[in-house]
Design a protein. Structure first.
Length: 102
């Protein structure tokens, strides 16, 4: 497993009680779950509107992922466009930074 720091810049506007989560095509990324219990997060936002979190994913794998907003009322908003794709290195710590896809 490789630690990866995922950052999404300029995430969709959020209100108090709304959070950004990560979801993707592996068990470690929630298998495309859109729930608090299944998706990875909530992400942290010390530099709002940029959000980040640390996760571990299988070394050498190619992952697909997206960011979602789970609103205070439970409404889920997905990024638009294609899935993000990333090939995880076989060692070290990795960093992935993308812009929210509107």
């Amino acid at each position: 497993m490789i630690p990866v720091i995922f950052t999404v810049n300029n995430a969709t506007p959020t209100n108090v009680g709304d959070y950004i989560f990560l979801t993707g095509n592996t068990v470690e990324l929630g298998n495309w779950s859109t729930t608090w219990d299944g998706a990875v997060g909530p992400m942290l936002d010390p530099n709002y509107p940029n959000w980040f979190l640390n996760s571990s994913v299988p070394a050498g794998s190619t992952i697909q992922f997206k960011f979602i907003k789970i609103a205070a009322d439970g409404t889920v908003t997905w990024e638009n466009r294609s899935n993000h794709q990333y090939t995880v290195p076989t060692s070290g710590t990795s960093f992935v930074t993308v812009n929210w896809q509107y």
